[in-house]
Every structure is written in structure tokens, then in C-alpha cells.
Design a protein around this ligand. Structure first.
Ligand SMILES: *Cc1c(COP(=O)(O)O)cnc(C)c1O
Length: 473
């Protein structure tokens, strides 16, 4: 593609993108297709001869677009949002265009230094302790794995990196029964064995019980095992439960355990000083992760990982083959030593664009509005006799179910709510996802994408009620 052809195509695409932003609400939130429907439309073999961009883009519109789930749709209330915004997309355009590798300072000095500064901005914006150092990872899953590996190496004086497990290590990892599956995955990959992941019980609010944590640790010590790391959560995926970070931090300190905080989604809410009760005790943590790529208008991927002992991190991951040595090694952050992959995208640019475009105050207003909408919906649900909340609503995720008057059979209630969710999603007008809380089939509604609003949530809520009340009991 010549630069002239690129210029023309890019202008057309930018127009398309701006229209998409305006009209994303006109698409079905989720496509009504079957597995395989898209693949059959794609040629079995790659084209031998290059094709015109016009043709490629026309196929994008014809084949790909109808098969997309529209995460920025104003009626997308599923999972957690995967945010984006104009400034974020613009930064991605530049980053892709420059195609730079940001693995060490020398390979892109501006990218490295901007990343340092952005992580300082984020740390301070969230009110995190100033002795934390940050690095951008691709995901929370990677960040949690990095924390587990660092805890492992720090505890074993870097011996396992050297000799591998010798079979005598009896490391135990603790997390709540409500923690994200990425903890399980990290424990497996880090070589601890999933049997050594202790799922600590939760209270009626789905928050980890510190007493239960402490007795699990005591029990393990009595059996000669080593409590290595506790992963706590600020904002669980099922219900945004907030673990008692301070109590957990104190227990970790007492037993010399690494404390990693997973604030993947809810971390963004720490922009609001009035929400910092959630992170009380964060100064006791060893590491902390949150995803600007969820709720902070920055498109995937961008996960902000903070660590107290930067040396423990780099001692765990550093590698120094001859071809990567540079004269500045002792002066700069070579981020290749801060995470698993060597190659790194230029992700700090989108943070810079987003934070500067909205300003911290602008971001705060958006997040606080999202939380207000969540609380508004909570009140609405409480007002209806045939609906009930199934978890507290500290943020903007509302967990609820339909419970027609007189119906007490739990298994029937589960069936009805499953039917409700699937029926709603089938319409293509709205998208919700489900979870199980105390064995109850639970609908989750998150009001957190940049295109939603109180009007949209209200429209969605009317839709839910209407659909529910049509179900034949
Ligand atoms: C979304 C989420 C994750 C996983 O995030 P990725 O960046 O997709 O790996 C982990 N923990 C919690 C609490 C989450 O909500």
C-alpha cells in the first residue's frame, strides 16, 4: 500500500469510525448467529495475489461487522465494560503507525519515559502509596501471574528460577471463594499446583473473611507448609465485593505473606476520593493491579501493575543476553525485565491522550455518574415486589433476579431467571450476563461503558421488567 492509497483509505475509515461512534446503538448488541456462520464466508486459503483495500473493507462490512458483539453499545450491560474513547483510538492509530517495539529504553526512549510518568500519574490519581512503582502489562491475568512469580522468587531467594522446584516446596496461596479465575490460572502456571490454592470463605456480602484466612494460614503452618501469597480483590467479578484490604494486609504482614490486590475493574473508582474506603490498608500491599482497559476509557489492552519492591520484580524477570545490552542499562527502566513477554506495545500513549483529554476531573465525573446510575437502578429494583437484589451495590454492578410473588422453589427460580436472561439477550436489544450467588442464578447489569446513560439504563430496566412479567410461571 502506498502512502497515497493509505491516505485515501484512512480518511474513509475515520469517517466510518466517527459514524460508528454515533450509531453503535443501531446495531444488535449481540449478533444472532450460530457457531461457524462467519468462518464459512471466509476463503479456505489465503489469496495468492494482493487485493484492493476497497474490496477488503467491503468484506469487513459484509462479513465481519454482522458478526460482532458491540461492546460500546449503550445497552451493553454484560461482563465488565471494555472501554474505549476517541483519544484512546487516536493514540492507537499513531502507535500502530509507528510500529515501535518498547521492550527497552533504547528501542523507544520516549515510550519508556512516558510509561514511567503515566504510571506515576495513575498511582497518584488513585491515591496509591508513593512508594509503588508501576508498569503496563497486557492484562490483569498476566499481572497476577507476575505477582505470584515474584512472590515465589522473593521467598525462595530466587532459587526456583535457578534450579526449578525440588519437590520440597510447600507453598500455599490464598484467595477468596469469589476471586477471579485468573488467580487459579496463575497458580497453575507458576507451578504451585491448584491443590495449593486455598479458597477462603466469604461473608454474607461476598467479602473474604479475615478470620477464616488467618485460621487457614495457621493450619497450613502447623502442617509445615509455607504461606506465600494472598490475593485479595477490590471489586469481585461476580458482584464487586470489596475484600477487607486492611485486615488482610495485617495478616499478611504478620505471616510474611505477599499481598497482591486485584482491583481490575473497581480500581478506576479510586479516582474518587469518596471511594477510597475500598483501598484502606493498601499501603500494606506488595502489589496492586487495575485495568484502565475496563472502566477508564482506554481500549484493550492496558493493565496497570504496581509493585512495592521493584528489585524483587526485576530480579525475578531479568534476562540479559548480549544482544540486548545497552550503555544506559543502569540508568533506565528496561521494561522487558518487568513482565513475561519481551516485545511490548506502546500503550502509554493512549493513557496520555485519555488522561489529558478528559482531565482527572472529567474522568471522575464520568465514573461518579456511572456509580450514581448503579445506585439509581438498585433503588428501582428494591421498589419492585417481584424483583430482588442478590448482593450489595457498592459501585455500578447490580446483581438481581426476578422472583414472582409466591414462587419459592429455588430451582424453578433459577430456571425462570435463566430463561429471562437468554430471552432478553436473544432480542439483540440488550446484553446482560449472569453469575451464581449462593447457588442462585443471578442477572448482572453493569452501567459502565462510555455510551450508556441513566436514560439507557432506565430503558433497559423497563425492558427487563416487561420481559420478566411475560414469562409463564
Ligand atoms: C476482569 C478481571 C480480571 C481479568 O482481567 P484481564 O485483564 O482480562 O486478565 C481479573 N480479576 C478481576 C477481578 C476482573 O474483574
Amino acid at each position: 500500500m502506498t502512502s497515497t492509497e493509505f491516505r485515501k483509505a484512512a480518511h474513509e475509515l475515520v469517517d466510518w469510525m466517527a459514524d460508528y461512534m454515533d450509531n453503535v446503538g443501531d446495531y444488535p448488541v449481540k449478533p444472532n448467529i450460530k457457531p461457524g456462520d462467519i468462518k464459512v464466508q471466509l476463503p479456505v486459503q489465503a489469496p495468492e495475489i494482493g487485493e484492493e483495500f476497497k474490496k477488503i473493507f467491503s468484506d469487513f462490512n459484509k462479513i465481519i461487522l454482522p458478526g460482532m458483539t458491540h461492546w460500546q453499545h449503550p445497552q451493553f450491560f454484560a461482563y465488565f465494560p471494555s472501554g474505549t474513547s476517541g483519544p484512546s483510538v487516536l493514540a492507537e492509530m499513531l502507535a500502530a503507525n509507528m510500529g515501535a517495539q518498547c521492550m527497552i529504553w533504547l528501542t523507544s526512549p520516549a515510550a519508556e519515559e512516558l510509561e514511567e510518568r503515566m504510571m506515576e500519574w495513575l498511582r497518584d490519581m488513585l491515591g496509591l502509596p508513593s512508594n509503588l512503582t508501576g508498569v503496563i502489562q497486557d492484562s490483569s491475568s498476566s499481572s497476577t501471574l507476575v505477582a505470584l512469580l515474584t512472590a515465589r522468587e522473593f521467598n525462595s531467594a530466587y532459587a526456583i528460577n535457578q534450579r526449578g522446584f525440588d519437590g520440597n516446596e510447600k507453598f500455599r496461596i490464598y484467595t477468596s471463594a469469589q476471586a477471579h479465575s485468573s488467580v487459579d490460572k496463575g497458580v497453575k502456571i507458576a507451578g504451585f499446583g491448584i491443590d495449593n490454592l486455598v479458597k477462603v470463605g466469604v461473608d454474607e456480602n461476598f467479602e473474604m473473611k479475615p478470620d477464616a484466612l488467618e485460621s487457614a494460614i495457621e493450619q497450613d503452618i502447623a502442617l509445615g507448609m509455607i504461606p506465600l501469597c494472598v490475593v485479595s480483590t477490590i471489586g469481585t467479578t461476580s458482584s464487586t465485593a470489596i475484600d477487607p484490604i486492611k485486615a488482610i494486609g495485617e495478616i499478611c504482614k504478620k505471616y510474611k505473606c505477599w499481598h497482591h490486590i486485584d482491583a481490575s475493574y473497581a480500581g478506576t473508582a479510586l479516582l474518587l476520593p469518596e471511594m477510597r474506603w475500598m483501598s484502606e490498608g493498601v499501603e500494606l500491599a506488595d502489589s496492586f493491579v487495575f485495568n484502565p482497559h475496563k472502566w477508564m476509557l482506554t481500549n484493550f489492552d492496558c493493565s496497570a501493575y504496581f509493585v512495592k519492591d521493584k528489585k524483587a520484580l526485576t530480579d525475578t524477570f531479568s534476562i540479559l543476553p548480549e544482544y540486548l545490552k545497552t550503555p544506559e542499562d543502569h540508568l533506565v527502566n528496561n521494561y522487558r525485565d518487568w513482565s513475561i513477554p519481551l516485545g511490548r506495545r506502546f500503550r502509554a500513549l493512549k493513557l496520555w491522550f485519555v488522561i489529558r483529554s478528559y482531565g482527572v476531573d472529567g474522568l471522575r465525573k464520568i465514573i461518579s455518574e456511572h456509580i450514581e446510575i448503579g445506585h439509581w437502578l438498585k433503588d428501582e429494583i428494591e421498589r419492585e415486589e417481584d424483583f430482588e437484589l442478590l448482593a450489595p451495590v457498592p459501585l455500578n454492578l447490580v446483581c438481581f433476579r426476578y422472583r414472582p410473588k409466591g414462587l419459592k422453589n429455588e430451582s424453578r427460580l433459577n430456571d425462570i431467571n435463566k430463561e429471562l436472561l437468554e430471552g432478553l439477550n436473544q432480542t439483540g436489544a440488550i446484553l446482560l450476563t449472569q453469575t451464581k450467588l449462593n447457588d442462585k442464578y443471578t442477572l448482572r447489569l453493569v452501567s459502565g461503558n462510555n455510551n450508556t446513560s441513566k436514560e439507557e439504563v432506565s430503558k433497559g430496566w423497563e425492558r427487563i421488567k416487561k420481559h420478566a412479567r411475560k414469562i409463564i410461571i
